[in-house]
Design a protein around this ligand. Structure first.
Ligand SMILES: Cc1cc2nc3c(=O)[nH]c(=O)nc-3n(C[C@H](O)[C@H](O)[C@H](O)COP(=O)(O)OP(=O)(O)OC[C@H]3O[C@@H](n4cnc5c(N)ncnc54)[C@H](O)[C@@H]3O)c2cc1C
Length: 290
């Protein structure tokens, strides 16, 4: 590893200035569980690491029943999973944050890093998409909000402009009678990357008999985590039963654009999408009714 400058700013403005000054060779560092591995492998040239974990705004979790959950970009998965409001209101998010690596990785890894790394297999990304999460970015031109569904543009690529920093992730308050879930397939119990993954969110009518809204998103089956609108829309107005889940699963499978690689074949991944979407929907509906 070549020598690098390490900066640990304590404010957003300082971090943005450091990134702007460092140009393309400056990179934000959160938990480092992707970045340090990539640097060791010599995947890109970095001269300045801007550690964002000392910025208090980025390490905060705040929940308000009216406005929802705000998770600072540098909050570790472990801190998120231990937060009582997250446990009470966002189990679908914990489904993802609690399977990223193992305990050691979760004590460092952040949702912000998972999103900005933009791996097609990033587990938290479909979980955030189905919850309607919005990312807040700060850069030399000011701040802006981007839906997580539109954040990743290609493997490893995002909408972040040069010098821009992800500040926080905002998830709306849970709608009445709603539930979410994320499930994935890996060949081992843990410490592996998804062969395929599926997130589901459903909102039911007051009597629980009809789906009034739904969203489905997938991981590891396209160049970016994939929101499948048609699959969610197909559930609206239907009873939350197996036949409706099967139709949504079929639409999700048709939308997937998987590749064959060391983890699995395209054929296996398509099959997995249908299986996982049904599992995620069952779990989301169970939570909506709980
Ligand atoms: C053993 C092991 C197991 C793993 N298992 C999983 C798994 O099961 N599922 C999974 O999805 N991932 C897994 N990963 C990958 C990794 O742990 C996750 O992607 C993690 O969430 C990355 O977060 P981080 O805070 O460590 O990011 P970092 O490595 O610090 O950063 C990742 C990228 O995001 C950028 N970045 C970070 N913060 C910001 C910010 N605030 N603004 C702008 N850019 C930013 C960095 O510059 C870098 O390009 C694993 C990694 C390891 C080493």
């Amino acid at each position: 590893m070549k020598s690098l400058a390490y900066q640990a700013p304590t404010s957003i403005s300082e971090a943005v200035a450091l990134l702007a000054r460092g140009g393309p060779n400056a990179r934000p560092l959160a938990g480092g569980t992707d970045l340090l591995v990539q640097l060791r492998r010599g995947l890109f040239d970095v001269e300045v690491l801007v550690d964002v974990k000392r910025i208090s705004d980025l390490t905060r979790i705040a929940f308000d029943p009216k406005s929802g959950l705000t998770v600072g970009a540098a909050v570790s998965c472990a801190a998120l999973n231990e937060h009582p409001d997250v446990q009470a209101h966002y189990p679908g998010l914990m489904d993802a944050a609690s399977i990223i690596g193992g305990a050691a990785i979760q004590s460092r890894a952040t949702l912000g890093g998972n999103l900005c790394n933009a791996a097609p297999s990033g587990d938290s990304i479909p979980a955030m998409i189905v919850l309607g999460t919005e990312a807040t970015l700060a850069g030399p031109e000011g701040t802006r909000a981007v839906p997580v569904a539109a954040f990743c543009t290609a493997p490893g690529k995002t909408v972040l402009a040069p010098g821009e920093l992800l500040i926080a992730l905002h998830i709306p308050p849970p709608a009445s009678n709603s539930g979410a879930a994320y499930v994935r397939f890996i060949p081992r119990h843990e410490m592996d990357i998804a062969v395929a993954g599926a997130g589901a969110w459903v909102a039911l009518s007051d009597d629980g008999a009809t789906v009034v809204d739904a969203r489905i998103a997938l991981s590891a089956v396209a160049p970016t985590p994939l929101s499948v609108k048609a699959a969610g829309e197909a559930l609206i107005g239907k009873a939350p039963v197996e036949a409706a889940f099967a139709k949504a699963a079929e639409l999700a499978r048709d939308a997937a654009r998987p590749i064959t690689d060391v983890r699995g074949t395209a054929l296996q991944r398509r099959h997995l999408v249908a299986v996982l979407v049904k599992r995620a929907l069952r779990k989301a509906v169970e939570r909506a009714r709980a």
